[in-house]
Design a binder for this molecule. Structure first.
Ligand code: GLU
Length: 421
């Protein structure tokens, strides 16, 4: 892992892509800094009557292509640098999928596992009170991210409605269905990645019965395990923040999902159904065909990238592979389907939710799945072709694809070349 900030690491990918396009320097200059990042301190009443404060941020990185869009994360290690980096990735992710959005992100520095449900509700409402003036259905539209979910989005939508004096469902996505949420949003991140792998399967040389390792067993990890297992692939290893489990014969996905639903780690299934314990970072190096990082940033780095046996990595997490690890993986001919494409199913169905809220007409789950598959396949194919034509990694191709669209929009707003040519 480099000493640089996370954003500096992320900008390396922008420079790599820029080298393959002839782009006005104004464009790169614009994309290297966040448009605005607001930091606040949220004060809430705890259940015991005391008051406690938490740092919180909202970053609107770039809004050239539309209102800023991106989740809100609750995590003890959240920082301004991380929020800006995640918002930078959202900018590129929305451009990859051709969604009419810019990129944003928010976070609260908190360990939600230490808070009661009522405290989390007060924190969620406090977040909206602090940021309501920069949010809006045509300005900045949050959604769930790490350790936030539809229940929290429901509280936030409710708080926003109280502030503006009317229901405004399109201000936030990932809501409960009863408050204007979309069918198919729950598993959208995993489903998008699943459609992508299925579509490129022949190009990637993948066979029928893949052995899969899933790092992180939250929303994305659980759904990808379920979707792939239903197709007959074998989930051989899974981990969460407390450790991992392994079974050469294939893990029982239902058992793992049940353990999580009851508030337990996947480790609690060790000893049942042939599940064996897996230590620390061992998951990354297990014998498998497909590795699916679904947890946090920088989980695959210089020190463990060399141990990877998988031929393919599907990045359902944001930023799981460092630039140093990317170089090691390229030398090992491991193909990486990058985050800004692989996990874009989530924000794509968020976009569908926003469209449905604005038009007041709701689609069937089948509509959602079909439209998601169509976009994943179209953009995935375009990026795959760029990678082949230019002889670059799929990640660089995804950045080239997004940067091309961003540059066109930035140019249309007016850059130096308008005045000098
Ligand atoms: N948090 C998700 C992401 O990183 C979803 C964002 C959204 O739906 O706006 O892509």
């Amino acid at each position: 892992m480099s000493e640089d900030s996370l954003l500096d690491d992320a900008l390396v990918r922008l420079d790599e892509a820029a080298a393959h396009l002839s782009i006005d320097p104004d464009v790169i200059e614009k994309l290297k800094f966040a448009r605005e990042t607001t930091k606040v301190r949220l004060m809430i009443r705890m259940d015991d009557g005391s008051r406690k404060s938490f740092l919180a941020w909202r970053c609107r990185y770039d809004d050239t292509r539309g209102p800023t869009k991106g989740g809100i994360r609750f995590h003890p290690d959240a920082t301004a640098d991380e929020v800006e980096t995640l918002a930078f990735w959202m900018t590129f992710k929305c451009a990859v999928m051709n969604l009419p959005y810019g990129g944003g992100k928010g976070a609260v520095q908190v360990d939600p596992r230490q808070l009661s449900k009522a405290e989390i509700e007060r924190l969620s409402r406090a977040y909206i009170q602090a940021f309501a003036r920069i949010l809006g259905p045509d300005r900045d539209i949050p959604a769930p991210d790490v350790y936030t979910n539809s229940m929290i989005m429901g509280w936030m939508a409710d708080e926003y409605a109280q502030i503006v004096g009317q229901a405004e469902p399109a201000v936030i996505t990932g809501k409960p269905i009863s408050l204007g949420g979309s069918l198919g949003r729950g598993d959208a991140t995993a489903r998008g990645g699943y459609y992508l792998v299925r579509h490129l399967s022949a190009d990637l040389g993948l066979g029928e019965n893949l052995r899969v390792a899933v790092q992180g067993f939250g929303n994305a990890g659980q759904h990808i395990a379920r979707l792939l297992a239903a197709d007959g692939h074998k989930i051989v290893a899974v981990s969460d923040s407390e450790g991992g489990v392994y079974s050469e014969a294939g893990l029982h996905v239902d058992m793992l999902v049940n353990a999580k639903a009851n508030g337990h780690s996947v480790v609690s299934t060790v000893g049942q159904g042939g599940h064996e314990a897996l230590k620390g970072e061992a998951l990354v190096g297990v014998e498998c065909d497909l590795l699916v990082p679904s947890a946090l940033e920088n989980m695959i780095h210089e020190k463990n990238a060399g141990t990877i046996k998988a031929r393919l990595i599907l990045e359902l997490a944001n930023g799981p592979v460092t630039p140093e690890a990317d170089a090691i993986l390229a030398r090992k001919n491991v193909i990486v389907l990058p985050d800004i494409l692989a996990n874009a199913g989530g924000v794509t169905v968020s976009y569908f939710e926003w469209v449905q809220n604005k038009q007041g007409f709701y689609w069937t789950e089948r509509d959602i799945h079909d439209r998601l598959r169509e976009i994943m396949e179209r953009e995935g194919r375009a990026i795959w072709n760029i990678a082949k034509d230019k002889g670059v990694s799929v990640r660089t191709a995804a950045y080239v694809h997004a940067l091309d669209r961003l540059a066109e929009a930035i140019e249309a707003h007016g850059t130096q070349s308008f005045f000098t040519s």
